[in-house]
Design a protein around this ligand. Sequence first.
Ligand code: KG4
Ligand code: ZN
Length: 336
Amino acid sequence: MIVLGIESSCDETGIALYDTGRGLLSHALHSQVDLHAAYGGVVPELASRDHIRRFLPLTRQTLAEAGASLADIAGVAYTEGPGLPGALLVGAGAAHGLAFALGVPVVGVHHLEGHLLSPLLSDPKPDFPFVALLVSGGHTQLMHVMGIGRYELLGETVDDAAGEAFDKTAKLLGLAYPGGPALSRLADTGTPGRFKLPRPKLTSGDLDFSFSGLKTAVLLASKAAPLDDRGRADLAAEFQQAVTDVLVTKTIAAARQTGARQIVVAGGVGANRQLRERLTQAAGAAGCQVFYPKLEFCTDNGAMIAFAGAMRLKAMREPGAFGVQPRWELSALAPA
Ligand code: KG4
Ligand code: ZN
């Protein structure tokens, strides 16, 4: 079954074709970074308009690269949320229109489920159950993943997400939008330890995170004395070290708590080189293996949505896919 995936939750239009038999056939991405750079952040209305402009060319490109035609599409998946309402509506409208015209099923995918399952797009793949560290611009969560759709939240940030902390700190240090990758590059040229930043919640005993204080500590440090280039790089390096210290420590604690031997890292901050190196090392020492999505699938993309959608559509088709829920909390219902 070939599924077309559409991602349009924020500032990237991603389209992909995933075949449940052959795997990922093709994918295409357009980033709106240049469009929003002048404003120092994403402008929702501009994002929506650009998704509209990109949808058809990217879909044609994805089909051509896979050697497929519209008639090969057996299902359409799109990001239903969370994200910018207008941007999400573009993907939802395109997906529903296309599915209606082709007479195929359509499924809305949770953006974070897409990120969570993205390491399954590469080989070697993790087996269920695993612990997932989800670190994106909007979320920082530790999940126990027991199967598709079987997710237990172990801990999450009580304020800023890790990616948000990277972006805000980058702005404080005068780096251009999008700040996360730029801050990480600057940090790699500096030396941690010269400035002393806190490691929030490192010893709190739970699996929650807090990053907003760290950004304030960077602000105070940068105001205490004028920073030259060396100082900015060293402060960035200490910030990156502080964030990775907490992420690595809590992820290993989550693996210990659940008994999971496999760890998955997903979301944009998963592209951070230092996080990857240090987590791989710490996990190895704890007898665990870490799986990362390919770098291109760490940040937002259509492939993860096509994959998560294909898994959902496949499950809906399986014999006995119908079921009953004798114990079903009213609060667990999704809004209509
Ligand atoms: O998953 P993603 O593409 O979008 C959301 O769903 O939020 O994540 C984007 C976030 C941004 O905050 C960006 O600054 C951060 O991921 N990011 C990084 C790196 N690459 C992207 N943060 C640190 N180091 C990186 N190399
Ligand atoms: Zn994302």
